[in-house]
Design a protein around this ligand. Structure first.
Ligand code: NAD
Length: 482
């Protein structure tokens, strides 16, 4: 079954009902590969969001007290529903986001894996009995769901980024108000449809689409929302952190990156090129952990560039549903113009385009995978996230120089390094100021490990046992007079 029409809900889900905007207005959702409108979603604002929060708060009173086994069973049913619908969900994702179908299928599978992981992990969310300083007391530390969670998600992984929030929140006993990105709302709404189908009670999950500032503003202002989990740009993340102050919400922030990719002379060249391709060109360079800056040691530099050029030459652009396509379009025209401006800036400052360099003949927002050599610290992409298929290559001499350059950014999400030297691997682990470090691998995300950034790349972690912590709060109870 590949028809996604039954999963493409053109309505919002509030308090267990599928509804439109109060104004009746809608927003178009387009396929970035064709420019065609694939459907519409309600253009909601603060009033609808307030109703969603009220529904979530009401549902929290009962859902948070349900049997653990009830929630775990529902989550396993949700996993099964996702896997049963993997193909139509992947096609829906490709239709609104543009990524190749193989990547979309992978995203649905990893989303299901996150939910399964948290359904397992909640069963081990133990409290503590702490030794008391006096014999007449018993000290307990217990864990409780934080309350209503606001979840705001981006367009680049509209399904799996929600899975990393929804899995732990629902496992812990929280209820949710979800705001998907404007460009890709259908993948988020599909989660609500499947959750409804498998029997999650009304109000546990609510999804609102429309004006980001109005919906976000209502979520942030409400004292009933006790936690906000956000994945998106550092700019919006900082705004939400400021807005969280008035009601002292817990916040989890998965923000932008500026990943360095270090290749040392002793690296396995083929492995490094393979890792470079996946970390740079997956999802057309539109991932938060995408390599932004390649630092290549002098001895291996020219060979690396030659092999990377060959590998980039094998990439195939096109509509994500076509056989063999590895690169979809960029999400919109603004994204294309951003990549163009990085290229213009870099060539003005001495960079050389050795592959690609412009818009593709396919038109629209398709862009040629591009390599620029001779990159230097004055170029804009040294500091800013590219979020497109542009590989910037810097040459370095000594290890210390590469580490200093790698750390010279406000971001601290992912870093990669290729080397066979065990001592160096430990130095990199200690010195690279990044939350995720890939040694001899360009793809390291997995449900079992924590995913989170340092510095301005974020707060908190998603995945791993740590990914549940943010949805549980501690209470200490002291029993005296025993
Ligand atoms: P974005 O910040 O523009 O949008 C993210 C979400 O925030 C969207 O749902 C958007 O509608 C919403 N939003 C925008 N303005 C808002 C406001 N005033 N109040 C409330 N919500 C608002 O980011 P994007 O362009 O969708 O996504 C790309 C960014 O996300 C990149 O910077 C990327 O690195 C980052 N990202 C980070 C991770 C991570 O795990 N660290 C993962 C994926 C993407």
């Amino acid at each position: 079954m590949s028809d996604f029409s039954s999963l493409m809900k053109q309505a919002n889900y509030i308090g267990g009902k599928w509804v439109g905007a109060d104004s009746g207005k809608t927003l178009d959702v387009t396929n970035p590969a064709t420019g065609e409108v694939i459907g519409t979603v309600p253009d909601c604002g603060a009033a609808e969001t307030d109703r969603a929060i009220a529904a979530a708060a009401e549902a929290f009173a009962t859902y948070s007290r349900t049997d653990l086994s009830f929630r775990v069973d529902l989550l396993h049913k949700l996993v099964q529903a996702l896997l049963d619908n993997q193909e139509p969900l992947a096609r829906l994702l490709t239709a609104e986001q543009g990524k190749p179908l193989a990547e979309a299928r992978g995203e649905i599978a990893i989303g299901a894996a996150y939910v399964r992981w948290f359904a397992e992990e909640i069963r081990r969310a133990k409290g503590e009995i702490v030794p008391s300083p006096t014999s007449d007391r018993r000290l307990l530390v217990t864990r409780h769901p934080v309350g209503v969670v606001g979840a705001i998600t981006p367009w680049n992984f509209p399904s799996s980024m929600l899975a990393r929030k929804l899995g732990p929140a629902l496992a812990a006993g929280c209820t949710m108000v979800i705001k998907p990105a404007e460009a890709t709302p259908f993948s988020g709404l599909a989660w609500a449809k499947l959750a409804e189908d498998v029997g999650f009670p009304p109000g546990v999950i609510n999804v609102v689409t429309g004006s980001p500032a109005a919906i976000g503003g209502a979520i942030m202002a409400s004292p009933d929302v006790r936690k906000v989990t956000f994945t998106g740009s550092t700019r919006v993340g900082k705004l939400l952190i400021r807005q969280s102050a008035d009601t002292v919400k817990k916040v989890s922030m998965e923000l932008g990156g500026n990943a360095p990719f270090l290749v040392f002379d002793d690296a396995d060249l083929e492995a490094a090129v393979q890792g470079a391709m996946i970390s740079k060109f997956r999802n057309m360079g539109q991932t938060c952990v995408c390599t932004n800056r390649f630092y290549i040691q002098s001895g291996i530099h020219d060979a690396f560039v030659e092999r990377l050029k060959e590998a980039v030459g094998e990439l195939k652009l096109g509509e994500g549903t076509r056989q063999g396509v590895t690169q979809g379009p960029l999400i919109n025209e603004a994204a294309v113009q951003k990549v163009e401006s990085f290229i213009a800036d870099a060539t003005k400052k001495g960079g050389t385009i050795v592959k690609g360099g412009g818009r593709s003949d396919l038109g629209g927002t398709f862009f040629e995978p591009t390599i620029i050599t001779g990159a230097n610290g004055s170029m804009n992409f040294t500091r800013e996230e590219i979020f497109g298929p542009l590989a910037a290559i810097y040459r370095f001499g000594e290890e210390k120089e590469a580490i200093e350059a790698a750390n010279a950014t406000a971001y601290g999400l992912a870093a990669y390094a290729y080397t066979r030297d065990v001592g160096r691997i430990f130095r990199l682990n200690e010195e690279l100021e990044y939350g995720l470090i890939g040694i001899n691998s360009g793809l390291i995300t997995t449900v079992e490990a924590p995913f989170g950034g340092l510095k301005e790349s974020g707060l908190g972690n998603e995945g791993g046992s740590q990914g549940l912590e943010d949805y549980l709060e501690l209470k200490y109870v002291c029993m005296a007079g025993i």
